[in-house]
Write a protein that binds this ligand. Structure first.
Ligand SMILES: *[C@@H]1O[C@H](CO)[C@@H](O)[C@H](O)[C@H]1NC(C)=O
Length: 393
């Protein structure tokens, strides 16, 4: 039987395929490029090929990593790309080489550079850092180690539901970026692993870190020079060294840190809670406009600390003072327990004293008794309950 095809039907059909081509991203499954889901077969070239195609596509595209463990050497995902909507959908685990020498001197294991509009959803990154940590602790000569996941000079990046395990060095580094949102990130490494910072942000603006949990051996989140408009909310830290602005002021010419919000955080058994740290060296750096709100400390060695006398090994700075100017820093609703007597410490620069420190509803105890506060060169105001009582002038 002959069915005449109505012209409207043709139009509809055409419209349908047209919409599909817009709505559905092309998917590049790394298995189609020879990747093998077990960690004794190198999948570096397969993922590299999938990225090249996704990046060359003029349509939104997805790089798909299915379940399994995929061994990868260091990879550089370099933009610009021909579309601004590339998604990495990861169901499996990406595994770094077990021999740390393979990537120990290249800086980054997985690096995005010059990317615009990259999303990473799910997945586990296993840096296999433990042998390198052991090497470092033995005092032998070891490579520096690689950052697990880096974003450099990139914008409009979203990362959600990602787990990073046992990085050789820092877990995630955001450098020179704009508009990056990390959420539901889990970082897990041993409490005595060296230099395994959870998330490091520098020279970047409009960075948001939400709903994340970071257990590691170094800073939970570290904030370097030139971080502005940074928003951190609902983050749990511990073990580790807490959330740190700094170290800053190592260089004389240095970009400042401005407009940082750290809201609803918990710290458990960490070395620090909320810290600002600068080298005791001349610098044009500054920290201006920080809002620490709603933090709960459990057995934290230095719950609130500004340390402007950082001079490791007393090298290159003895007898000097920090030039970094710290101003407008608010601590609001900070509660819990200190693991040491001094729960609040403002050790500011003699040359550029801290200004506009504001304490509001701070309640920190030590062994069920009042803790102590210690101040030098720190000016500011208080409101509400302040325990230990303030020593700001
Ligand atoms: C401060 O940063 C937040 C994002 O973290 C932004 O929404 C706000 O506009 C910034 N404020 C100023 C004065 O730039």
């Amino acid at each position: 039987m002959h069915m005449p095809i109505h012209p409207n039907f043709m139009a509809l059909l055409f419209f349908f395929f047209f919409c599909q081509s817009l709505a559905f991203a092309t998917t590049y499954n790394i298995l189609d490029f020879g990747a093998k889901p077990h960690a004794n077969s190198d999948s570096t070239n397969s993922l590299s090929k999938a990225w090249s195609l996704a990046c060359a596509s003029t349509k939104p595209s997805t790089v798909y990593i299915p379940q399994g463990r995929f061994l990868l050497k260091n990879l550089h995902f370099k933009g610009p790309c021909r579309n601004k909507a590339i998604t990495f959908r990861i169901d499996g685990t990406l595994v770094a080489p077990s021999d740390y020498n393979a990537i120990g001197n290249v800086g980054n294991w997985l690096l995005f550079e010059g990317a615009d509009g990259v999303t990473i959803r799910g997945g586990t990154l296993d840096g296999q850092g433990a042998p390198l940590w052991a090497c470092k602790k033995s005092g032998r000569n070891c490579p520096t180690g690689a950052t697990t996941l880096g974003f450099s000079n990139s914008k409009n990046v979203a990362v959600s539901g990602l787990r990073s395990l046992n990085s050789q060095m820092f877990h995630i580094v955001i450098n020179g970026c704009e508009n990056v949102k990390l959420q539901g990130v889990k970082v897990l490494a041993s409490g005595n692993s060296p230099n395994t910072d959870g998330i490091h942000v520098q020279l970047s603006t409009g960075i948001t870190i939400l709903n994340s949990k970071i257990s590691t051996g170094d800073d939970c989140i570290s904030i370097g020079p030139g971080a502005t408009n940074l928003w951190i909310e609902n983050v749990g830290c511990g073990p580790g060294h807490g959330i740190s602005i700094g170290s800053l002021g190592k260089d004389y010419e240095e970009a400042g840190v401005r407009n940082v919000t750290v809201k609803t955080t918990t710290f458990k058994n960490t070395q620090n809670g909320l810290r600002i740290k600068t080298w005791a060296r001349p610098s044009k750096g500054f920290v201006k406009g920080v809002f620490f709100q709603h933090a709960v400390m459990t057995n934290v060695q230095n719950p609130i600390v500004i340390d402007q006398n950082y001079c490791p090994d007393h090298k290159n700075c003895p007898g000097q003072v920090s030039g970094v100017k710290i101003s407008d820093v608010t601590y609001q609703d900070i509660q819990g327990t200190s693991a040491t007597q001094v729960a609040v410490k403002f050790d500011c620069s003699k040359r550029s004293p801290c200004q506009g420190i504001r304490l509001e509803d701070v309640k920190l105890s030590y062994k069920n008794r009042a803790a102590e506060a210690s101040c030098s060169n720190a000016a500011g105001t208080t409101a509400g309950i302040i325990e230990p009582s303030s020593c700001l002038y």
